[in-house]
Design a protein around this ligand. Structure first.
Ligand SMILES: C[S@@+](CC[C@H](N)C(=O)[O-])C[C@H]1O[C@@H](n2cnc3c(N)ncnc32)[C@H](O)[C@@H]1O
Length: 252
């Protein structure tokens, strides 16, 4: 399996880990990003012990503003303009991406933000209650849920989601010592709960030659999907991409 380790990307991840805590935690973060305990500790140390009024969203790579032009046009429902578009933020952490979609979408959206870390989920639930974010559409809803994305099919009906957004979660799993199998499992689960007209988008700093190959290989057995990508932009010398996976029969 082709897998490039980009030196600049490693520097960036180590930078994140250093900001998080001491270098002793750097190895734990990078090698165990598939583990709930790692992320519980991460979110506790970045936010959980602070005064709740000082809560700050933590953004992996970049925030909603950088990608809203990619996400908002994808908020489509196949039949009805008043039926909420079902959106899943997979591995939401304490990012403001899901709340950003809820707040800025002119179309009604039902946004579910899920994470394996109960610490992250609770922080987001409390923050949302305190800040009372108003959506553009009164029919929109926002929910946070503790869930292992390898079990999406137990929670969501088959072909029920219109858009799944993954900002850094698959990257985290693919880079972990034992996370590759979980990443594959999650990709299959995503394709199972995605509507045929829907899309899964992955924001990543992985080079297309490695990620597209992985996506092609992993989606082959599921009846295949269309895979595309575009550049999001360059931040601190690192190029970021948006990979878009659509079920094979989707009419765009
Ligand atoms: C790199 S962080 C990205 C967080 C967030 N999407 C952002 O942009 O800031 C990866 C996130 O995935 C979550 N995660 C890891 N494995 C998961 C799994 N199996 N199911 C759900 N969430 C998971 C972690 O708790 C963490 O919040």
């Amino acid at each position: 399996m082709l897998r490039r380790v980009h030196p600049r990307r490693c520097q960036l991840m180590i930078g994140v880990a250093r900001r998080w805590h001491q270098t002793s935690l750097t190895t734990e973060l990078i090698e165990n990003m598939d583990k709930k305990a790692t992320w519980d500790r991460f979110y506790l140390e970045t936010n959980g012990q602070q005064n709740t009024n000082k809560f700050k969203n933590f953004e992996w790579f970049f925030g909603f503003d950088s990608v809203q032009d990619i996400i908002l046009p994808l908020l489509k429902h196949p039949t009805d303009s008043n039926t909420p578009v079902h959106v899943l933020d997979m591995g939401c952490g304490t990012s403001a991406l899901g709340p950003g979609i809820y707040r800025h979408s002119p179309r009604p959206v039902a946004v579910t933000c899920v994470d394996i870390s109960p610490v992250a989920v609770e922080l987001m639930q409390e923050h949302t209650k305190r800040t009372l974010v108003k959506p553009k559409s009164p029919l929109s809803s926002l929910a946070f849920l503790e869930l292992d994305c390898a079990r999406l099919k137990e929670h969501f009906k088959p072909q029920s989601l219109d858009l799944i957004v993954d900002k850094g979660t698959t990257d985290a799993l693919l880079r972990s010592r034992d996370g590759r199998l979980k990443a594959e499992q999650i990709l299959r689960q995503c394709l199972g709960v995605l509507r045929s007209t829907g899309s899964l988008i992955q924001f990543s700093d992985e080079d297309p030659d490695a990620r597209v190959l992985w996506l092609e290989k992993e989606t082959l057995s599921t009846g295949a999907a269309n895979i595309g990508f575009q550049e999001v932009g360059v931040l601190r010398g690192v190029c970021y991409y948006c990979y878009q996976i659509t079920p094979h029969n989707a009419t765009q």
